[in-house]
Design a protein around this ligand. Structure first.
Ligand SMILES: Cc1ncc(COP(=O)(O)O)c(C=O)c1O
Length: 371
């Protein structure tokens, strides 16, 4: 069955109106299971930030997923989905003391750090916390860089673990996030290699690390094809089997799990002819569900629902707010559209509604669970 079949979408809009984000639990399940198959010896910690909808958390909980939480409200959300504290890891490298306290109060005791200053914040809680040191590996193949702002220089890793040891803090292992929407697996394999070196050097000093967290970053198709997940994870698995066979391996996917599970339907609110092109004003835009075009550098496929004619001409598609910046597609081929026509964007599950604003008081688009 096509979960997002056109006549089904039509029915959903008839019932709920537009704009609407349609969320499929079945696709969440399929994505989780295909990643589990592609990384068979790796525990999946879903990165809640990508799509924090309760239905996503509940669906993943049923499948036995773990969760990556970064903030107090993400912790509260996990709690409201009855997710056990020992299924969660706190992955934000920079925290206030009150954030550490909130996590501990809720039973979460596995934390990430990447500087001495962050390490020192754990001194008052040294008997309760276990730590993972995040190293930064920058990837030229990632669409979103996540190592500019976080992650210790890899060469400083051993010294940081020594420091933790001197302070009486327990470091369980290493983590990295080589960037989101990675187009190649080889930065992961390079990082895994380097981590093995750190594990070995620590071992020589009597510090035995047992967790390796390979982060998120697994790619999905937007307007361009990407490697199939089995192909993508193949070299990663080989390196893990060779170098980390007896360790606990963790990953923190967000996009791969949630991205394909949601599609957006918008309607044409208005049209104009400007600068020799057709302009269409949609009821969702860059300040809303398409915010991922700005923050996440994603380019979502767009098609017309039940298009009446096939002749396509270069057009401009804009969002509803009063800002001229709110242009979603500057030059896209579309047939002639009328007010009320519906357009659909796919792969809208990750970093879309979670980064949307209600600027101009255009409310955030409703999310409807469709299965
Ligand atoms: C610490 C951390 N873990 C996991 C993720 C999820 O990454 P992705 O959606 O690329 O899988 C992110 C994304 O920002 C992150 O910052």
């Amino acid at each position: 069955m096509d979960i997002f079949a056109e006549d089904r979408i039509q029915d959903i809009v008839a019932e709920h109106g537009a704009p609407v984000l349609m969320l499929s639990r079945e696709i969440i399940r399929q994505q989780y299971q295909s990643l589990q198959k592609a990384l068979p010896n790796v525990d999946i910690y879903y990165a809640i930030k990508a799509q924090p909808e309760l239905a996503v958390l509940e669906t993943l909980k049923e499948l036995g997923s773990y969760f990556d939480v970064c903030t107090n409200l993400e912790i509260d959300l996990a709690k409201s989905a009855n997710i056990a504290a020992d299924q969660c890891m706190h992955t934000h490298p920079v925290k206030k003391d009150t954030d550490i306290q909130h996590a501990l109060k809720n039973g979460i005791n596995l934390f990430v750090f990447d500087t001495i200053s962050e390490l020192e914040k754990f001194i008052p809680y040294k008997d309760q916390v276990e730590l993972v040191l995040r190293l930064g590996f920058r990837s030229k193949d990632a669409i979103v860089d996540l190592s500019r702002k976080f992650g210790a220089q890899p060469e400083t890793g051993i010294a940081l673990i020594d420091k933790a040891n001197d302070l009486g803090l327990k470091v369980r292992g290493l983590s990295f996030h080589v960037g989101s929407q990675n187009l190649s697996p080889y930065i992961y394999t390079d990082a895994i290699h380097f981590c093995r070196h750190v594990f070995d050097e620590c071992s020589k000093k009597g510090i035995h690390l047992d967790i390796l967290d390979i982060g998120g970053g697994f790619p999905i198709a937007y307007t361009e094809r990407v490697l199939d997940i089995d192909e993508f994870c193949g070299p990663i698995n080989e390196h893990l089997a060779d170098l980390f066979a007896d360790h606990r391996i963790i990953c923190e996917p967000g996009r791969y799990i949630a991205g394909p599970a949601m599609q957006l339907v918008t309607s044409v609110m208005g049209k104009a002819h400007r600068q020799h092109r057709n302009w269409y004003y949609l009821d969702d835009g860059l300040y809303g569900s398409y915010s991922g075009k700005v923050f996440d550098h994603a380019d979502y496929p767009l098609h017309v629902l039940n298009a009446r004619n096939n002749e396509e001409i270069p057009s401009v598609v804009a969002g509803p707010t009063c800002d001229s910046f709110d242009v979603i597609y500057d030059n896209i081929l579309l047939p002639d559209l009328e007010v009320g026509d519906l357009l659909v964007s796919s792969a809208m599950g990750a970093y879309t509604s979670s980064t949307a604003t209600d600027f101009n008081f255009f409310p955030k688009t409703q999310i409807i669970v469709i299965d």
